[in-house]
Each structure stands twice: as C-alpha cells, then as structure tokens.
Design a binder for this molecule. Structure first.
Ligand SMILES: Nc1ncnc2c1ncn2[C@@H]1O[C@H](COP(=O)(O)OP(=O)(O)OP(=O)(O)O)[C@@H](O)[C@H]1O
Length: 262
C-alpha cells in the first residue's frame, strides 16, 4: 500500500515546524525518519497518519487524498503507534489489543473467532501473550509500548507508522521488533533515533533538519560521516562487517553544544 506526501507543511507557534516535504513510500518499503530533537519527525508522522491537518500540501494513501477519507477508512488501511500514547486504565492488555479490530467490525460483522486469532497472533509477535490478562496500568513502559504495537498489528494495516517504536524496549525486544517490522507484509514509516537501527532495518531514510528534508535515500548514501557531523554534530566512523557486509556507525566524538551556540 503506497503513501505519499506532496509539498507538505505545518505551522505552529507562528512558524513553519514542517515545510516542503515531498515523498513517495512505495508498497512494502521501510522508511526511517531521522533527525535531531525538534526537527519535525512526530509532526510529519501525525500528518501522514491523518491525525493533524497540513497547513500546506497533502497526503495521499493509495492515491486517495487523506482529506477525503473517513477516520474509519483510514484505520482500515493505516495504523499509527504514537510516542507516549495512552490508553484508558481499566482495560486489560487483551482488551486494548482487541480495540485494534474495531475498524473492521460492524453490526453485520461482529467480533468473532477470526478476530480472536488475529489478536492472539499480534500478542505473540511482541511477546505479550503471558501478560494478556494484566491491567494496563500495571504494565512497565516497555510492556505498554509492546501492547501498543500489538494493537497496531491487530489492525492488520497495509501501512504501519511508528514514532520511536523502540523507546523503552530492552535490546532483545528492540531487535525483535525491528526484525518483525522488516518481515511483515506492510509499508512501514518509523521515526528512529538510533542511526544504526535506521541503517540496518530501513530501505531508505529521510533526514529532517529544522522541519525540512535534508536528505532522502538509501542509508549508505544518507548516513555518511559528513552528513552526520553537519546535522547532528557527532563524529562517526563507518564499519562494514566483513562477514555479511552490514554497515554500522561507530561514534568517535561530538561537538559540545556550548561551542555551536551563538
Ligand atoms: N503546538 C506547537 N506550538 C509551537 N511549536 C510546536 C508545536 N508543536 C510542535 N512544535 C515544535 O515543532 C518542532 C517539531 O516538533 P516534533 O515533535 O515534530 O519534533 P521531533 O523531531 O519529533 O522531536 P523529538 O526527537 O524531540 O521527538 C519542535 O521544535 C516543537 O517544539
């Protein structure tokens, strides 16, 4: 399922917090959104998800303008795991994940055994089956994050948007999640802070700087030492694994903030 943005922009607080963003995410692609704090990653994801309206430009989902799609029509196609998303406290994990099926249900098509199987599979994929009956408010930060992801998976979306999905997760759950996203039959767009995660698990990366696209392309072309120094103020060296050719970045140093402030 394809997702596209054309000259997208959003104003807030009297300025453009996102401007001139155009991109086409092709079906099955994994696109990483990277950029410093405040560069517009969450703003872009919220526009792509149809949660916020753009001040300029438009988003299209499978060629249809997001403005013309109902929330339900969007939710049948697209799931969004927001940063620090909250859920009403008296729900169990299973209740919360079952909510992911809502866009597919109506009076003629009530929740059934097929939905239970989808919910069970979603819980298992993020290692939440043992916690399915726990109340939401008893979960740790990482467990909540995994439950949110299970709910998004239960939606069976064609497009999966994730805002810092590895936030709160321990290293095994981080890698398991990124590997899961890579093998799911979805188009995925995810904001990531870890440049190595972007490098290893994304087909392309979009680098944002002050609300504008600084670069868009394959990780090896975008995540160069020169670009990382210019945008993040961090010195890195590139390491190519001799066995599998995987490209990762080693941090060598950084420019202190007091040296770059006016
Ligand atoms: N309602 C608002 N009014 C004023 N400024 C806003 C508003 N909403 C967002 N911003 C600003 O817009 C910029 C982009 O915010 P956004 O949350 O998209 O950044 P981000 O790249 O996701 O950051 P982070 O890495 O910290 O999560 C920030 O400077 C933020 O302070």
């Amino acid at each position: 399922m394809s997702l596209a943005a054309e000259n997208l922009g959003r104003d807030a607080g009297g300025r453009a917090i996102l401007d001139g963003v155009s991109l086409v995410v092709t079906p099955g692609e994994r696109l990483g959104i990277i950029g410093p704090n405040g560069s517009g990653k969450s703003t872009l994801l919220r526009l792509l998800a149809g949660i916020d309206r753009p001040s300029r430009g438009e988003v299209t989902l499978e060629g249809a303008s997001m403005r013309r799609l109902t929330r339900r029509a969007i939710a049948r196609r697209l799931a969004f795991v927001e940063q620090q998303a909250e859920t009403a406290e008296r729900l169990t994990v299973r209740d919360a994940v079952e909510l992911g099926r809502t866009p597919h249900l109506d009076a003629l098509r009530p929740f059934g055994p097929g939905d239970t199987a989808i919910v069970n599979a979603a819980l298992a994929r993020v290692d939440m089956s043992p916690l399915a009956d726990r109340l939401w408010h008893t979960l740790s930060g990482g467990e909540r994050q995994r439950a949110h992801i299970a709910r998004a998976l239960a939606q069976e979306p064609g497009v999966l948007l994730l805002d810092e999905p590895t936030n709160h997760l321990d290293i095994r759950h981080q890698i398991a999640l990124l590997a899961l996203i890579r093998r799911l039959p979805v188009t995925a767009v995810m904001a990531l802070h870890d440049l190595n995660h972007a490098s290893l698990y994304c087909d392309r990366v979009l680098l944002l700087r002050s609300g504008r696209v600084a670069a868009l392309g394959p990780p090896a072309e975008v995540l160069t030492p020169a670009t990382i120094r210019a945008v993040f103020g961090v010195e890195v060296a590139v390491h190519i694994d001799p066995e599998d050719g995987a490209r990762s970045l080693l941090v060598k140093g950084h420019i202190p903030f007091e040296e770059t402030q006016p």
